[in-house]
Design a protein around this ligand. Structure first.
Ligand SMILES: C[S@@+](CC[C@H](N)C(=O)[O-])C[C@H]1O[C@@H](n2cnc3c(N)ncnc32)[C@H](O)[C@@H]1O
Length: 238
């Protein structure tokens, strides 16, 4: 899939609710069978039902009626959760492009939605995980999801991303197309300002990189991968 222009198309007012329909889910199932094969697709289905049984909600949600905090309400994208297999895959791609094992010290998800990437990062072995989400209702669901799975050391914050300063222990930062360039510029500036204080190397994964050009100017682009689904992911060293 071609990259979208910064600030366009995936914006707050774009309706993503079709992703919750049976038709969409059936298409995803058959697409997965075709591209990933039976075993991976069965694993995905198992994961889906495991979350359902546990009462975990990662469903897609539009932002229009939600309570958004901060000054950038018009600059965010709708909630689409990262799936567990996609997350494992992008993390291993990061290690491939970095040419080394990445320290699983502290992970940050900017625009953490219902907490999917936070939960996957913890499952993958990150010691400490931070998420920043500006929609009150999505933040509440993330807290509920984390509770339902009985997970510790996940700090889900109800906060605008531009006001978050990454802790010095950070080793991986994640963006899954959370906002447009107006917010991204401020978030990048905060990360750059922290650079001298980071205790370790920091890597950044940017899924659906609508503001990729901005990041290319501030960080070292290690590689770009296009997945069979069409999702493009950029990998950086901060
Ligand atoms: C595409 S979703 C990604 C969800 C999550 N990162 C995941 O991978 O499951 C983008 C999220 O960014 C949040 N968001 C958008 N603008 C934000 C901002 N300025 N501050 C914090 N969160 C924001 C949206 O509410 C939405 O939950």
């Amino acid at each position: 899939m071609a990259e979208k222009k910064p600030g366009l198309a995936m914006h707050t007012n774009v309706d993503m609710s079709h992703q919750n329909t049976l038709i969409f889910k059936t298409k995803v199932f058959f697409d997965s069978l075709k591209t990933n094969g039976l075993k991976v697709t069965i694993d995905k289905l198992y994961q889906h039902f495991y979350y359902k049984v546990k009462g975990v909600d990662f469903s897609t949600q539009n932002l229009h009626d939600l309570t958004l905090t901060g000054d950038y309400k018009e600059h965010g994208t709708a909630l689409v959760s990262t799936s567990k297999d996609f997350f494992s895959r992008i993390f291993s791609e990061l290690e491939t492009v970095a040419g080394k094992k990445i320290k699983k010290e502290l992970f940050i998800d900017y625009g953490s939605g219902k907490g999917a990437a936070l939960i996957h990062a913890r499952a993958l072995g990150f010691k400490e995980v931070y998420g920043v989400e500006f929609a009150k209702e999505l933040h509440a669901v993330s807290i509920n999801n984390i509770d339902k799975l009985g997970l510790q050391n996940i700090h889900a914050l109800y906060q605008d991303a531009t006001t978050f300063i990454p802790p010095k222990e950070t080793t991986v930062i994640y963006f899954f197309n959370p906002f447009d360039q107006v917010v991204m510029e401020k978030v990048i500036a905060n990360i750059v300002a922290q650079k001298a204080f980071f205790l370790d190397e920091v890597y950044l994964i940017y899924g659906r990189p609508t503001c990729g050009t901005l990041l290319d100017q501030s960080f070292q682009l290690l590689g770009t991968k296009e997945h069979e689904s069409g999702a493009v992911v950029n990998y950086y060293k901060v």
